[in-house]
Design a protein around this ligand. Structure first.
Ligand code: NAD
Length: 541
């Protein structure tokens, strides 16, 4: 299979975005620490302790894109202090005022979208159109959060109940204060924005530590907010740069919540660190998402969706398709369709390739190991194989009937590969799909029973007759169960993650003889209550 080789003029340097020249070039290989061999590579937070500068490079070429000072503990605290000061202003604005500022930020990103997408293409490797689609989805979420925050978080009157009828009760949602957001590199705009946009809309300020593999992109996002809103004080949305150690310093800082998106291994470390101060965490972690292709599926549509869901973004999608359970009755047709579609799909570094290089070099070894693991555990490669791995690119690989206990089926691969298992009943497919420590999302292809099958899947989200549909609907919460994480971004649940309810009970008048919460309570009050309680609660047989 031919690759789109990098042509002169294709390199990152040809793009409009040019950050500062690197002081000390470090390659991506040097950055990666493979802490858990079975999961997506985690960055060793101690590895870069002695470094003062982070250099970002184009994953296809190794060309230097930019260089950024690393925020040490002191710099992290300074950023959080600045955000704390700004929180007094931002948190005191009305929902309508915040909405206007957030929508201006979105419009600024639209105005700068050519430059931004060129940077996303250069630093992450994904094709320009994919970069634009990612930006578009992020804009949908900024807009949704900005417009819905008032409805979702406005004060609510609550019925006080018969015994407390002399009270008025209400819930007022307060911003948490400063939210620390730690992001991954695979969807460097869309993914962290599920926390940033919603935290800002709820009235918090944000300190954002982008992934070391998407530092330029993270800074562009934060700078666009400042450019769009020059009249606001500094510190409402700030980016700090660095490796895992900078993220760890943010977790240890005075932020009021950590919203993390990344690998399960790092998520666990963050939760343990946050436990020291009972800091709340939102964890959006890895996945091993399954697609069920039922006997009554539109097989062509299922193959088309699986082809894209498994390989787009080089398979580096938390909710991408990693496993397929296909009914025996449609298996041959499904495999043939999938093979036909994927045989024409090629990775490359050109702006219009179908998908790009692996963004993080150390992930290539994991993908290679999973292909080997499938093949040595009974699988047949129906497309590609070990030879498909030609770093930094990996051709699509389709593996049929691997042992369900192999790493290829149990661990997150995060590459353009997919395993297919033949099943004899829908019940078997559901059971196997649920037999995973992860539970992020899933998809079902069935003309008649899609919803019924979806309801039996132990995951945070399911698309019926589509893949990843839920991720593009801003009102739907996004997040997983088990090793896929804790909490939800997006939608009403996503806004509430960044606010705390403050319950207020106001005594409007005293009821003579009914002073329940006082030593002035009388015997006749208790007599009355003993008659009242059976009426209120004792009538159900
Ligand atoms: P990662 O865990 O290696 O890094 C994520 C972030 O955590 C980076 O910014 C990193 O610098 C930081 N970090 C590393 N060690 C830290 C520590 N000890 N304390 C604080 N921060 C630390 O993950 P990644 O490789 O950037 O991202 C890929 C993973 O993210 C995959 O597992 C993928 O499934 C997952 N992901 C999940 C979602 C979701 O919404 N559930 C979305 C995108 C990606």
């Amino acid at each position: 299979m031919a690759y789109h080789r990098l042509k002169e003029g294709d390199s990152a340097h040809s793009h409009a975005y040019r950050p500062t020249i690197a002081h000390r070039a470090r390659t991506r290989e040097q950055h990666s620490g493979n802490e858990e061999t079975n999961t997506v590579t985690s960055i060793d937070s101690t590895k870069a302790d002695h470094e003062t500068t982070l250099t970002s490079v184009d994953p296809a070429t190794g060309d230097v894109i930019g260089s950024y000072p690393i925020a040490d503990e002191q710099a992290v605290h300074a950023a959080v202090a600045k955000a704390r000061k700004a929180a007094a202003t931002w948190g005191a604005l009305s929902f309508d005022e915040r909405r206007a500022h957030l929508l201006r930020w979105a419009s600024r990103l639209v105005a700068d979208s050519d430059e931004f997408c060129a940077l996303i293409h250069a630093e992450n490797g994904k094709p320009l159109d994919d970069a634009f689609l990612e930006l578009m989805l992020a804009l949908e979420h900024i807009s949704w959060a900005a417009k819905q925050a008032k409805k979702v978080l406005s004060p609510q009157k609550i019925s006080p109940g018969a015994l407390m009828s002399n009270f008025a009760a209400r819930i007022e949602m307060r911003p948490l204060g400063v939210v620390g957001v730690i992001g991954p590199w695979n969807y460097p705009v869309y993914t962290p924005n599920g926390s940033i946009g919603y935290a800002l809309a709820a009235g918090n300020t944000v300190v954002f530590k982008p992934s070391e593999f998407s530092t330029g992109i993270g800074n562009f996002l934060a700078e666009a907010f400042v450019k769009a809103n020059p009249e606001l004080p500094e510190g409402i949305f700030v980016a700090i740069n660095g490796y895992g150690a900078t993220g760890a310093a943010l977790v240890d800082s005075e932020v009021d919540k950590i919203a993390f998106t990344g690998s399960t291994a790092t998520g666990k470390k963050i939760m343990a660190a946050a436990a020291k101060t009972l800091k709340p965490v939102l964890l959006e972690c890895g996945g091993k998402d399954a697609v069920i292709v039922a006997p009554d599926a539109d097989v062509r549509a299922a193959a088309d969706a699986v082809a894209w869901g498994a390989t787009s973004n080089s398979g580096q999608t938390c909710a991408g398709v990693e496993r397929v359970y296909v009914d025996r009755s449609v298996r041959e047709e499904f495999i043939e369709q999938l093979r036909t579609i994927l045989a024409k799909v090629e990775p490359g570094s050109g702006a219009d390739a179908e998908y790009g290089p692996m963004t993080m070099p150390s992930q290539v070894d994991i993908v290679r190991r999973h292909i080997d693991s499938a093949l040595s555990n009974g699988a047949t490669a129906v497309l590609g194989g070990p030879e498909s791995v030609r770093a930094p690119f990996i051709d699509p690989v389709v593996l049929l009937d691997a042992d369900e206990n192999s790493d290829a089926v149990q661990e997150e691969t995060f590459g353009p590969t997919v395993t297919i298992r033949t099943t004899d009943t829908v019940d078997e497919a559901i059971e196997l799909a649920n037999k995973s420590k992860y539970g992020l999302s899933s998809a079902v292809y069935s003309r008649k029973n899609g919803l019924a099958i979806a309801r039996r899947l132990n995951v945070g989200a399911t698309s019926v007759n589509s893949v990843l549909g839920f991720a593009a609907i801003p009102g739907l919460p996004f997040g997983g169960v088990g090793d896929s994480g804790i909490g939800r971004i997006h939608g009403e649940f996503g806004l509430r993650e960044f606010a705390r309810p403050h319950s207020i009970a106001v005594q409007r008048f005293a009821i003579p003889g009914m002073a329940l919460l006082s030593y002035a309570r009388t015997k006749s009050t208790m007599k009355l209550l003993r008659r009242l309680v059976p009426v209120l609660h004792g009538r159900h047989k």
